[in-house]
Design a protein around this ligand. Structure first.
Ligand SMILES: [Fe+2]
Length: 236
């Protein structure tokens, strides 16, 4: 699938899935790049808000401004994360503070390529002079008596235009099925992201998404699921 095909799927259907080979070709990277990139997930910080709900989740957060006219992404000063109205019911208009992206991650050439590709796709969905791109690397952990909820809020919208979830890695994990439904609740896509470089995309204005809990395959060890969630919304 070329970026043009992905854009077409997004505008016509509202959601689509890119396989690693397709994404790697679009980004002009080798599959082994994902192993190096996954190293950033060893640097995440605990999410105290998910902990309140009984889920062990690690994350960081960064906010970029994207200008389609010159194709530039600018990292903004770090601030709290506010969930827009009419989106995630758990956190609407509640400020949450997360640790910033590490410098190495924010400047990683692979992240820059991913942002450029997604910026193109956001532009295909809507014509905005400036975009706000929010970047959140996540790790969810689970044990036998501690279910890992990738989306504790269940099916939800993020209140943006484009919402994307990129698989970085899974270890000892069962479950974690991603579902995308339309506004009437009809299933549009259900898939379990496994291989690093698999990318799920959705038009957040007309879909809801959620991920089922993960649990350990081998009960003696924790299960984990690492993803990179990037959203694009019209800025201002
Ligand atoms: Fe979400």
């Amino acid at each position: 699938m070329t970026p043009e095909h992905v854009a077409q799927q997004l505008t016509q259907v509202g959601t689509t899935l890119m396989q690693p080979a397709e994404l790697n070709a679009c980004l002009a990277v080798q599959a082994c790049e994902w192993t190096r990139f996954a190293g950033h997930w060893e640097e995440l910080a605990p999410d105290p808000y998910a902990a309140e709900l009984g889920t062990r989740r690690l994350r960081r957060y960064g906010h970029f401004l994207f200008s389609p006219a010159d194709g530039d992404f600018t990292l903004m000063a770090h601030s709290s994360f506010v969930q827009p109205e009419d989106s995630n019911p758990l956190y609407v208009e509640k400020d949450r503070y997360f640790e910033p992206l590490t410098d190495a991650f924010a400047k990683d050439p692979l992240l820059q390529r991913i942002l450029k590709l997604l910026g193109r796709l956001a532009t295909a969905l809507d014509d905005a002079p400036e975009w706000s791109a929010k970047v959140t690397p996540f790790r969810v952990l689970a044990s036998t008596d501690d279910k890992g909820q990738p989306t504790p809020e269940g099916l939800h919208r993020d209140g943006v235009t484009l919402v994307t979830s990129l698989m970085i890695g899974r270890r000892n994990a069962l479950g974690g099925e991603s579902t995308v439904v339309d506004m009437a609740g009809r299933c549009m896509l259900a898939t379990t992201l496994h291989e690093p470089g698999t990318l799920l995309l959705g038009d957040d204005r007309r879909t809801l998404h959620g991920v089922s809990p993960i649990r350990p395959r081998d009960p003696a060890r924790p299960a984990r699921r690492d993803v990179l969630v990037i959203t694009f919304a019209q800025s201002g």
